[in-house]
Design a protein around this ligand. Sequence first.
Ligand SMILES: Nc1c(NC[C@H](O)[C@H](O)[C@H](O)CO)[nH]c(=O)[nH]c1=O
Ligand SMILES: CC(=O)[C@@H](O)COP(=O)(O)O
Length: 205
Amino acid sequence: MAGKDFVKGVKESSQALDGSNLRVLIVHARWNSEIITPLVEGAKKTMIEKYKVKPENIVLKDVPGAYELPSATQILLKQSQQQLVPSNDLLSMGINSPQPASSPAGSVKGASSAIQYKPFDVAICIGVLIKGSTMHFEYIADATSNGIMRVSLDTGIPCIFGVLTCLTDEQAKERAGIAGQNQNEGHNHGADWGAAAVEMALLKL
Ligand SMILES: Nc1c(NC[C@H](O)[C@H](O)[C@H](O)CO)[nH]c(=O)[nH]c1=O
Ligand SMILES: CC(=O)[C@@H](O)COP(=O)(O)O
């Protein structure tokens, strides 16, 4: 395993951060899902246990790969700014925004006059890129990092860059805290992203 230098992590804010009123969007890729899963759980665990974010206020959406993170995040943040993005259970049923039972034919897709949802205060974009034998890695990494930054600046909603760009599987596992024979070594960067998300979200409140 690499030396301890990989165990980098953000220095936490000295402020007492209260995330109990925050609504958080986590958009994560499905590529390298065995590494994505602990990263997502690490972010959720930190936000819930350390910063009092309510589990029901964390909405998850998965996309094919890291390249799709910026566009999916932008779509959902913009919908959320129109107060149209429901909780996980409705999203998981494919219901983007429940129509009122009597919604008139031809009404604006997803427009729901009866139900309004609190907009997201922050998004965390989680992906794992592992270098292959072509330049594909470099192009996706560049596009994804610039894309996430652009979405954050365009929407005015902080988007945390939670994309591992690794040269080997082992590097990725170390950064998800699942390295070593027992798959429990390393530092879960998802925890850092959860902390950063709460801090950045509270900048606006
Ligand atoms: N090789 C990895 C990919 N590649 C897929 C792209 O992200 C994208 O889904 C595809 O090009 C279609 O647009 N994605 C990852 O997240 N991680 C990889 O290692
Ligand atoms: C990050 C990637 O796109 C990479 O895993 C794809 O592998 P390859 O460059 O060998 O096609």
